[in-house]
Every structure is written in C-alpha cells, then in structure tokens.
Design a protein around this ligand. Structure first.
Ligand SMILES: O=C(CO)[C@H](O)[C@H](O)COP(=O)(O)O
Length: 230
C-alpha cells in the first residue's frame, strides 16, 4: 500500500524541481522510485533537500542528487509520509523523530504531498501518540508544560513519555540534538488549539501537528492509490 502511494507521487515530480524529501519508510520508497526515474532518464536536473540523516543516506543510495537545506532558496514540492491524517488534511507526524526538519521543509515548499497507506486515515487525530520535539535543557519542566497544554486543550489524557533509543535507557536524540516526548492524548477535540498551546512553550522546538500544510494526500490501497485534494 505504501509503495502504491509513493509511486503515484512520482507523477507530481517534474524535471528541474527542487524536492523536499520526507522521512520514513513511505518517503524512502518514493526516493527509491525517484532514483530509478532519474537513472532511466524519465526525469532530470532534480535536486533533493533531505529532512533527516536517514533520508540523506537513502537518497545517496538511490542516486538522487542533494543540496544542503541551507543552500536551497526555494522548494517546489515536498513528498513526505505521516502517522495520522484526518479529513481536513491535518496530520500527526514525527513517528520517526524528524518532525522539526520535516516541518521546516514542508512549510518552505510550494506544495506538500503526503503519502500514506489507508490505515493512517482517521476521523479524529490522537490515537497515535503525538510527538513533541524539545530542547534537552530542563526537559522535565518542558514535559510538565506539555502535559498542562494538552489537558488545557481538552485532550482526554496526557501521558507524556521521553522517547528512548531502542530498548535501552538512553534518550532518543534527533538530528538536531533534541529529545522527543511521545504524548498519548486520546482523540484531540481541537488540534489547532493544541498546536497553539504547544508552540507557546519555550522548550518546545516543534510539535507533530502539521496543520494547513498538505494540499494533496495520496492513499495507498491494496490495488492502487487514491489521490485526495482539498
Ligand atoms: O513523520 C515521520 C517521521 O518523522 C514519518 O513520515 C511518519 O512516521 C510515517 O512513517 P512511515 O512512512 O514509515 O509509516
């Protein structure tokens, strides 16, 4: 299903484009197919801006030319995955721990296409634990503020847990040197309000609610892909 979505997204890539390359398994399938299209001469003069070190490695392996993010003056199109998508194309992202860089690149792009399998479509966001990227400094204070913000915005619960690296005790550290708080919230009654409250906390670098960024969602199904637009 993920491959069907990723392959359908290739139709939107055009020669000469600067592409934001998202992170995660679905984005990596897109990168693989993009590399194949470049090798086959179906596309040319594409340059990718990776949203994580994992994506950078995947793009190098696929033969997709890259430019560092700080040298990209514009981004035509970003293709990225998501952990949840609701009917208004509000997203939860950050399952892979790359949400700050993913949001910087999505926000800078003329267009964002989200590639998901059909299990990611939800009526209400919140079954997937909301990732919040925080500065390690005083992160327990920030975690308490995150708890308060989630409860104040009507989340039925707010179990805030520091993400660990694998099964060990060491914290997971993002490419930017931050920690991730995974927040089990239950269904979020007002994601915009949740996003506003989280963004107002000084130690929060970014949260995993992506609102107003995606215009196209490609949903991979068993036998193809459906393109949804708003
Ligand atoms: O937000 C992300 C990484 O931070 C990913 O896009 C999200 O977790 C979806 O991943 P996958 O395509 O592997 O299901």
């Amino acid at each position: 299903m993920k491959a069907h979505a990723a392959e359908a997204a290739l139709d939107y890539a055009e020669s000469g484009m600067i592409l934001g390359l998202g992170s995660g398994s679905t984005a990596e399938i897109f990168i693989d197919r993009l590399g194949k299209a470049l090798k086959a001469g179906l596309l040319s003069d594409i340059r990718g801006v990776p949203t994580s070190s994992m994506t950078e490695r995947a793009a190098q392996a696929a033969g997709v030319p890259l430019i560092p993010a700080d040298q990209a003056s514009r981004i035509d199109l970003t293709v990225d995955g998501a952990d949840e998508v609701d009917g208004r194309f509000r997203l939860i992202k950050g399952g892979g721990g790359c949400l700050l860089r993913e949001k910087i690149i999505a926000h800078a792009s003329d267009r964002m296409i989200v590639v998901i399998d059909e299990t990611k479509l939800v009526e209400t966001l919140g079954a997937f634990p909301l990732p919040v990227e925080v500065d390690p400094f005083a992160f327990t204070i920030t975690a308490k503020k995150v708890f308060d913000a989630l409860r104040a915005s009507g989340a039925p619960r707010a179990d805030v847990a520091l993400r660990r690296r694998g099964d060990g005790p060491a914290p997971f550290v993002t490419d930017g040197g931050h920690f991730i708080l995974d927040c089990e919230c239950g269904e979020l009654p007002n994601p915009e309000d949740t996003a506003r409250r989280l963004a107002a906390i000084p130690g929060v670098m970014e949260h995993g609610l992506f609102i107003g960024l995606a215009r196209t969602v490609i949903v991979g199904e068993e036998d193809g892909a459906e393109v949804l637009e708003i």
